[in-house]
Design a protein around this ligand. Sequence first.
Ligand SMILES: Cc1cc2nc3c(=O)[nH]c(=O)nc-3n(C[C@H](O)[C@H](O)[C@H](O)COP(=O)(O)OP(=O)(O)OC[C@H]3O[C@@H](n4cnc5c(N)ncnc54)[C@H](O)[C@@H]3O)c2cc1C
Length: 404
Amino acid sequence: MDFAPTPRAQQLCEQVRDFVATVVEPATPIYVAQLHESGDPHAHPPVMEELKAEARQRGLWNLFLPDTEHGAGLTNLEYAPVCEILGHNPLTPEATNCAAPDTGNMEILHQFGTPLQQEQFLRPLLDGEIRSCFAMTEPWVASSDATNIASSIERDGDHYVVNAHKWFTSGAASPRCRVAIVMGVSDPGADPHRRHSMILVPLDTPGYRMVRSLPVFGHDAGGGHCETLFDNVRVPAEYLLGEEGGGFAIAQARLGPGRIHHCMRLIGGAERALELMCARAQQRVAFGKPLADQGVIQSHVAESRIEIEQARLLTMKAAWLMDTVGAKGARFEIAAIKVVAARMAQAVIDRAIQLFGAAGVTDDWPLAQMWTYARTIRLADGPDEVHLMQIARRELRRYEAFRP
Ligand SMILES: Cc1cc2nc3c(=O)[nH]c(=O)nc-3n(C[C@H](O)[C@H](O)[C@H](O)COP(=O)(O)OP(=O)(O)OC[C@H]3O[C@@H](n4cnc5c(N)ncnc54)[C@H](O)[C@@H]3O)c2cc1C
């Protein structure tokens, strides 16, 4: 395994670092002020369009897509250090058109979409003209097991009729969100892994309703995490994504790259928290000396550095495997890193919050927001326990002969 960054990745890292430091960071207070003035937590502050234009002009656009025609053409291993820097400031992923849930949606539209679907939905997404959401999770069933998904997608002539009650449809409250990818049962009698399909639903279709945005740890921001209702929503049959019964397989395909991107951003977030922690430890004096000279604080700093390096190496290994044997062959490493990166980021950011004292839990510093993100990732895209189950099953399978 060779994890040395390629010259292309190195150059992009420098460019993204410069973009974050000289463009995104100075624009962040403007973004916050514009959002506050709008009075709407889901508003789209105009400064974001300026950031997008600047990123595009610098060639920092659609960096996540391995395809050279539509994206930067980076391998997963090349993208890892770049994506990490995107995680330093929460505005950077959207500014560079590398934000979830659009990235995952663009990937499956790229992989499974028909030319019509790509023209209507993928092209405007790639151009950053619209946003999208992914509606799989439902309030009434344990959605960590995708075979439980109970909404229906029924064929009716040259249309499909969608009846779905979803929640945690991230991004649906954004005024720029135009399309949902909805998962539902299309053949209740089929094998559990062939029962579901996915369909594209434009959000102006009659019968669709965004019921509410669910605050997360008391905060409602960005495009929200929404409860959504699809009541007898009729969409043309051409909007079915992939084949009928292929919904489960598409869900699996979507989660591979999406999960590892979350991990890369989380490592970037943890790295930023450690930077803040170290600078603050040098400045702040308590009991006659800088916090940096206290043994307990030094131990927190050292543990954080070790944990970040460990998580980074495992992420690189997962990325390398994705590039060399494909997402399926890398699934255990992806499962492992999904657990490790979120837990690591949560722990490192938590130490940073503690070091900042009361300031750490306020919005004057980005730490509280970063901690919230890390904590929610332990649930989003599959809770830790499901990944642990998959890893444990593989380990235990090798010892089945010992069963009485
Ligand atoms: C911030 C955020 C954003 C999200 N965005 C989206 C989105 O855009 N689109 C979307 O469709 N969904 C989204 N989700 C939903 C997320 O994917 C689900 O919450 C997740 O898959 C778990 O499903 P559930 O909430 O129904 O929990 P359940 O399936 O009810 O599971 C509850 C708990 O049971 C335990 N558990 C489950 N399985 C096992 C097992 N095998 N062994 C041991 N314990 C187990 C785990 O502790 C788990 O947390 C988001 C969630 C969050 C928090």
